[in-house]
Structure formats: structure tokens, C-alpha cells
Design a protein around this ligand. Structure first.
Ligand code: NAI
Length: 324
């Protein structure tokens, strides 16, 4: 049996974690031969609820779970963490402006960035799920100067997976037949789900679907999917978000075939401003991700990519004073 790895999860008593923790404990993220120590973080008011979750994890008698830590102290939660899934965030309250939301979350993610910097494993891989995910990841990373910025990522894999299914259903194929799906930019309504490189069963997606469907149905459907789920379910997407977080971390750690979307620090690729956390097409191998280069971009794509980049630059400007 391998040595256990430490997995920190914030917002441990929340909706996403109620699916995420159990699937990680079952081995879905790192495989059936990788024991785990779960280090769960909550705010003090939610510690009772978190303890209830811990009771349930214990009641599952998962063979892979070697220990569980439940705490309201980020320094404890991130101690020696090999993986950190930052799910907990401040939701938008009534009358809260976007700037207030950014600032409230900046306060959380700067503290967590510092705690990761001071206590996590030097190889920690961080995934930010809590919204606004890209900018929260930037804030955490800026507050962790001793860690490489590339260790901080944000989740656009749910958008990627949503886009795969929309295209597969439209073309009457299976998600596994779809290749080279790309989500560019921010995990927000400005994200750009791009089919220009996409193939379905080896055929160019643009030869299989109408341009009108692409621009006026596919793109807004993927962009607005979160709101559609809230409307239908009366609650936000939690199980699918958890599943996508697992996909993101599994592929990063263990590698995968083909292209996936990850929001990562821009290195200037495709003309995007360096430093912002921007979703790119990546390949994952050997525990690392790498931006897929060389795609030709038409005017439509460039405009969409710049619109979502602009939003990320504005988000960064709103929290500039907290970036350390
Ligand atoms: P939730 O409200 O059910 O749970 C959030 C939990 O985080 C709560 O239990 C809360 O007490 C906790 N929390 C708040 N501040 C914390 C802090 N400083 N430290 C530790 N825990 C803290 O929300 P849910 O549904 O689990 O969603 C979590 C976040 O994920 C939200 O921001 C949501 O918008 C985001 N999200 C992101 C997606 C993505 O694709 N990137 C997809 C779906 C949701």
C-alpha cells in the first residue's frame, strides 16, 4: 500500500463537499490504491455541520481513509497538504455588488494563500472552485510567494464537461467521441466555449453543426448552465461541480489523453495578459500540465477571448490592493 496523501478541502460542510469528500474517500480522484488523509476546513459557525459530515465519512468505513481532520484553522487544514481543493467561498448576499463580493472573497483567499505558503507540502496542487474562482486563485497565489504560481489553478472543467455533453447530444454521439473541446477565460458568463478545434468522431465539429446553433444556442447554453440548474433544481450544481473537481485533480496528478480545460496563470500564450488566471486548453502528463500551443484563432474567437480576458483584468484591478 502507498503512503497516504493529505487532501485539504475547504467549505467541508457545503453542498459541493457533500459529494466531493465521499468520492475522494472512495478513490475516485487518485485511484483505488492511494490512501488519503482528509483535512477539512470550515468557518466556526459550520463546525457542527462539518462534524456531522465527518461522522458520515466514518460510517462509510472507507478502506482508503486513514485519518480525518476537521478544523476551522487554515494553518491546521493545510498542514503538509499535497492537494488543496478550495471550495468554500462567500456567496453573493442581497444588495452585494460585484466589487463587494470580490473583496469579501479576497479576504478569505489571501488568508488561505498565506496558510498554504507557510504549511502545505512544497509540491501542493491547488484547485480553486469557490467563486469568483479565477480571481480567488490569483489572490491565493499572490499570497503564497514561496510556492510556484503554476501550483494554483481554478476550475473550468465543469464548463468543459457541460460543453462536451451539449455537443455530443447535438451530434448524436457520445462524450468520449468528442476531442479538443476548449473553454477559454473566466469561469463566468463571459467564458468562451470554443468549437473551432473540436472534432467529433474524427470529423470537424463545424462540419456537423450549424453556425447559428453554435453562436446562439451552444455558447449561451454552456455559459448560462449554472443558472439553468439553479432554476430547475432550486439549488446550485453541486454533484457535477464535485465530479469536475475530481476530473481536474485526477488528470493533473495522474495524466490524461487529449485536451482538457484548466484555468491557470497565463504565460502570455495566445496574446492573453500574463499573470491572470485564464482557462486554456492543456495536456496533462507526468504530474504537470502544459498549454496546447499553435491553434489558429479567427476574428470571432479573438473577440470572445479578449472579452473574457477583459473581465479578468477588471476583477484583478478591483482587488489589486490585496494582491500582496
Ligand atoms: P455552499 O454554500 O453549500 O458551501 C460553501 C461552504 O463554504 C459553506 O459550508 C461555508 O460555511 C464554507 N465557507 C465559507 N467561507 C469559508 C472559509 N473562509 N473557510 C472555509 N469554509 C468556508 O456552496 P457550494 O454549493 O458548496 O459551492 C461552493 C462554491 O463553489 C461557491 O462559491 C460556488 O459559487 C462555487 N462553484 C464553482 C463552480 C465552478 O465551476 N468553478 C461550480 C459550482 C459552484
Amino acid at each position: 500500500m502507498k503512503d497516504p496523501v493529505r487532501i485539504a478541502i475547504t467549505g467541508g460542510a457545503g453542498q459541493i463537499s457533500y459529494s466531493l469528500i465521499f468520492r475522494i474517500a472512495a478513490g475516485d480522484m487518485l485511484g483505488p490504491d492511494q490512501p488519503v488523509i482528509l483535512q477539512l476546513l470550515e468557518i466556526p459557525q459550520a463546525m457542527d455541520a462539518l462534524n456531522g459530515v465527518v461522522m458520515e465519512v466514518n460510517d462509510c468505513a472507507f478502506p482508503l481513509v486513514k485519518d480525518i481532520v476537521a478544523t476551522d484553522d487554515p494553518n491546521v487544514a493545510f498542514k503538509d497538504a499535497d492537494f488543496a481543493l478550495l471550495v468554500g467561498a462567500r456567496p453573493r448576499g442581497p444588495g452585494m455588488e460585484r466589487k463587494d463580493l470580490l473583496e469579501a472573497n479576497a479576504a478569505i483567499f489571501s488568508v488561505q494563500g498565506k496558510a498554504l505558503n507557510d504549511h502545505a507540502s512544497r509540491d501542493v496542487r491547488v484547485l480553486v472552485v469557490g467563486n469568483p474562482a479565477n480571481t480567488n486563485a490569483l489572490i491565493a497565489s499572490c499570497n503564497a510567494p514561496d510556492l510556484d504560481a503554476g501550483q494554483f489553478t481554478a476550475m473550468t472543467r465543469l464548463d468543459h464537461n457541460r460543453a462536451l455533453t451539449q455537443l455530443a447530444q447535438k451530434t448524436g454521439k457520445h462524450v468520449t467521441d468528442v476531442d479538443s473541446m476548449i473553454i477559454w477565460g473566466n469561469h463566468s458568463a463571459t467564458q468562451y466555449p470554443d468549437l473551432a478545434q473540436c472534432k467529433v468522431d474524427g470529423k470537424a465539429a463545424f462540419d456537423l453543426v450549424e453556425r447559428d446553433w453554435y453562436e446562439n444556442d451552444f455558447i449561451p447554453t454552456v455559459q448560462q448552465r449554472g443558472a439553468a440548474i439553479i432554476k430547475a433544481r432550486g439549488a446550485s450544481s453541486a454533484a457535477s461541480a464535485a465530479s469536475s473537481a475530481i476530473d481536474h485533480m485526477r488528470d493533473w496528478a495522474l495524466g490524461c489523453d487529449g485536451i482538457v480545460s484548466m484555468a491557470i496563470p497565463s504565460d502570455g500564450s495566445y496574446g492573453i495578459e500574463e499573470g491572470i488566471i485564464y482557462s486554456y486548453p492543456v495536456r496533462c502528463q507526468g504530474g504537470k500540465y502544459e498549454i496546447v500551443q499553435g491553434f489558429e484563432l479567427d476574428a470571432f474567437s479573438k473577440e470572445k477571448m479578449q472579452a473574457t480576458e477583459k473581465e479578468l483584468r477588471e476583477e484583478r484591478a478591483a482587488v489589486e490592493h490585496l494582491l500582496g
